[in-house]
Write a protein that binds this ligand. Structure first.
Ligand code: GLC
Length: 442
């Protein structure tokens, strides 16, 4: 007590007499209160935001977010759920960039976006962050899909390839092998439909959106046709083989093999019909497999899967899809974003992600990983499918080119134009677009 009294007396004496002491005390008080405000602000976790299609959100949250946050307590991953079409997500990212201050730190990018986003200067150049050795563990087409003019902007987190699903049980019952050509697919479909084993033959994505462009490059390839040659910028849409490709799709609707509604279907619409047991064949991505074989699915254990086929005399081809991560140029957290990319593309989280969601890995070794193969026996063959997959043209004007194709393809599928008219218009507009790009670059 005495001591306290003594201290108080000394302090008061100095306080009153010494200006320096007075100022020092104020400074100390200021520093303490500032620290009380600043420290909690500084220790707030950094939040990295990214946007993705709705069906991707649950597996991301269950696996990626959980694993990353457990190991990086100072960083949060905030997933923003967007619409269920890749082109709509692309539009949202694009408007965010055009408005200037993108609210997204990481960009969850479809393989077709890299040239456009990189050419527009919206992405951080990652070339010097990853050595050749580090990149060599990923499947080559996926790494290529992250490059623009030889610079790296996106690390692949998962690959994708269009596949043909078939009802193994029904084919066996009717004495068929899986089809090798479109002609066989049509024949088997009609027979199974006539026998009353199934309502529809073949389901594909015919709505006017990016999914239809991915589906259509496979049919083009299956007829020996092409869309745009990325090296010469030659457009192949009005060549006879491309017109035949459109006619094939039209015929599936006219002949009742595909439902009339197929022209409005996206991936999930087709999966639901297939999974309810109403169709013999489905063109879709590998994510369908675990859902079709889930407990309670009417077609559990009754499905086969194979790479996309083509027309008689041609080799078919699966479309290369896939997703990866880039960093927004405007992020305030580039270091944390890079850390997240390194973690999320690493072996362990990707393995769990693949097991959980049935996605295709981007890391080569996971295609033959025993745990993965035990769950998805066809993955070792998938590696070859991805290596040989057909690309949508990797050009900076891809979004516009795809938009042109989607519009005219849809016009032909809904009988507003003939296949010839539609493809001639599509080819003309695509040429104008690419020509304008060439002139601008001059
Ligand atoms: C899948 C593919 C993607 C493609 C999209 C089309 O998500 O991975 O590349 O653009 O489907 O719907």
């Amino acid at each position: 007590m005495k001591l306290l009294f003594f201290l108080k007396r000394i302090l008061t004496k100095y306080w009153l007499r010494s200006r320096l002491f007075y100022r020092l005390t104020l400074l100390i008080l200021f520093v303490i209160s500032a620290a009380l405000v600043i420290v909690p602000v500084l220790s707030q976790p950094v939040t990295l935001r990214l946007l993705m299609t709705a069906p991707d959100v649950p597996p991301w949250n269950r696996v990626m977010v959980k694993a990353f946050e457990a190991q990086n307590p100072g960083i949060r991953l905030q997933i923003v759920e967007g619409p269920n079409a890749t082109n709509l997500i692309e539009d949202l990212y694009t408007s965010a960039f055009l408005l200037g201050d993108s609210p997204y730190d990481l960009i969850n990018m479809d393989v077709i976006w890299t040239p456009k986003f990189a050419a527009a200067g919206w992405l951080v150049d990652l070339t010097d962050e990853f050595s050749q050795e580090e990149l060599s563990v990923f499947s080559a087409p996926d790494v290529e899909g992250g490059k623009y003019q030889d610079r790296l902007y996106r690390l692949p987190i998962r690959s994708d390839a269009g596949m043909l699903y078939y009802r193994r049980d029904l084919l066996e019952q009717a004495g068929y092998q899986p089809p090798k050509t479109f002609e066989e697919l049509v024949k088997i479909s009609k027979d199974l439909q006539e026998k009353g084993l199934v309502r529809w033959g073949y389901l594909w994505q015919g709505r006017q959106y990016e999914g239809a462009a991915a589906m259509f490059v496979e049919v083009l390839k299956g007829f020996g046709a092409f869309w745009v040659n990325p090296d010469t910028l030659e457009v192949g849409l009005d060549q006879p083989a491309a017109i035949q490709a459109v006619k094939f799709l039209q015929s599936t609707i006219q002949e009742g093999i595909s439902p009339p509604g197929v022209t409005t279907y996206m991936e999930e619409d087709t999966r639901r019909i297939f999974q309810s047991g109403e169709a013999a064949f489905l063109r879709s991505w590998p994510y369908v497999w675990p859902l079709a074989n889930a407990e309670g699915s009417p077609i559990q254990g009754k499905v086969g899967i194979m790479p996309m086929i083509g027309a008689e005399g041609n080799t078919g081809g699966s479309c290369l899809g896939g997703w990866g991560l880039g960093i927004s140029k405007t992020t305030k957290h580039p270091k944390e974003a890079l850390k997240a990319i390194r973690f999320l593309t690493s072996q362990a989280p990707q393995k769990e992600f693949v097991l959980e969601a049935g996605y295709v890995p981007s890391r080569k070794s996971l295609f033959t990983d025993p745990v993965i193969v035990a769950k998805y026996s066809y993955y070792p063959q998938f590696f070859q499918v991805v290596q040989k997959a057909v690309l949508r043209p990797p050009i900076a004007q891809y979004a516009q080119a795809s938009d042109i194709l989607q519009r005219y393809l849809s016009a032909a599928l809904t009988n507003q134009m003939t296949a010839e008219q539609a493809m001639q218009n599509a080819a003309r507009e695509t040429r104008l677009l690419l020509e304008a790009g060439r002139t601008r670059r001059g």
